[in-house]
Design a protein around this ligand. Structure first.
Ligand SMILES: [Zn+2]
Length: 317
């Protein structure tokens, strides 16, 4: 296994300056409406400033001149301040500037008095996300894990992920102890709501393939909703791959110390056969799998106290 901390940076950050002015009055937000009514879909990139795949996909779609044939389609480059600091010699550093943009999505933070670069941007973008019927949030991962969709806990999130038919893994989860993610914000997470958000982890941060997965996820969503005509000269969608598997997250292992260590270099989506297998040590405390065929979801490579080290899931379909 290649150590993901030394994964080569195959992708190049696109120049998003041409998209800065947009047409909404908010920097780096472009919104296109069709005459025909339909849903408002938000394609969201750069929640994390070092995750290039979403920026590449949105830049390609905007340059392609993609327009909705119904409804409204909005392109958001979220944490552009962090992205502006991306340095391929130190590519992890630009994940955020002050704090993780994807842990701020509760009234406590958004309406609170605290200030940070990310909070300022979140407050500006909040009405855009609140007006979305469907949000596709494009991310990537540190480890060389197979692409997966995080669909939250709602049935409609799961249905949307399965409707896309891709990527193969669909993970139903409730987020992190460290703060709410955008896909868990407000009406996206209400059990009986009509607003739906999913997050696609498109692959390892800087692999060429990861940007292809991001672009393909956008196109599949919009084609599935009959909001675009198939792009004539655009990328060809590959045939649907493996049947999808749904994993329900049952536990989040939050590290209680800086001394958290895994027992093996897990990359994620490993299926651990036997209940009671030791997968890590947290300051002398053994971390055990709670049931047979336990799936390890996105183990963190650098675990800090109070942060999610790994989530555990059960295959349900
Ligand atoms: Zn991310």
């Amino acid at each position: 296994m290649t150590d993901p901390l030394f994964a080569p940076v195959e992708l190049s950050p696109p120049d998003i300056a041409p998209h800065r002015r947009g047409n909404t009055g908010i920097d780096h937000v472009t919104s296109l409406s069709a005459a025909e009514p339909g849903p408002h879909v938000v394609l969201n990139a750069l929640v994390h400033g070092n995750e290039l795949c979403g920026a590449i996909a949105l830049d390609a779609l905007l340059r392609m001149g993609l327009r909705p044939t119904r409804g409204r389609l909005t392109f958001v480059f979220a944490n552009t301040a962090a992205y502006a600091t991306f340095d391929r010699q130190n590519p992890y550093a630009s994940r955020y500037l002050d704090e993780d943009f994807n842990r701020l999505w509760s009234p406590e933070h958004l309406d609170g008095r605290r200030d940070s670069v990310e909070l300022r941007r979140a407050r500006v973008l909040r009405p855009v996300y609140e007006s979305a019927d469907l949000l596709l949030d494009l991310h990537s991962m540190t480890a060389d894990t197979a692409p997966l969709t995080l669909c939250g806990r709602t049935t409609r999130g799961r249905d949307l992920a399965l409707g896309l038919g891709y990527p193969a893994w669909v993970v139903a989860d409730g987020g992190h102890a460290g703060g709410k993610r955008l896909i868990d914000y407000g009406s996206f997470a209400e059990p009986e709501g009509s607003h739906t958000a999913i997050l696609v982890e498109c692959g390892q941060h800087w692999r060429t393939e990861t940007a292809t997965v991001a672009l393909e996820s956008c196109l599949r969503l919009l084609l599935g909703l009959e909001m675009i005509d198939p792009p004539l000269n655009g990328p060809r969608l590959r045939p649907r791959a493996d049947p999808q598997r749904v994993v329900e997250v049952t536990d989040a292992v939050t590290a209680s110390s800086e001394r958290f260590r895994f027992t093996a270099p897990f990359v994620g989506m490993e299926v651990i056969g036997r209940a009671g297998t030791v997968i890590g040590w947290d300051d002398g405390r053994a971390i055990l799998t709670p049931y047979d065929d336990c799936v390890l979801i996105m183990p963190a490579r650098r675990v800090k106290a109070g942060q999610t080290a790994v989530r555990l899931g059960r295959i349900v379909g």
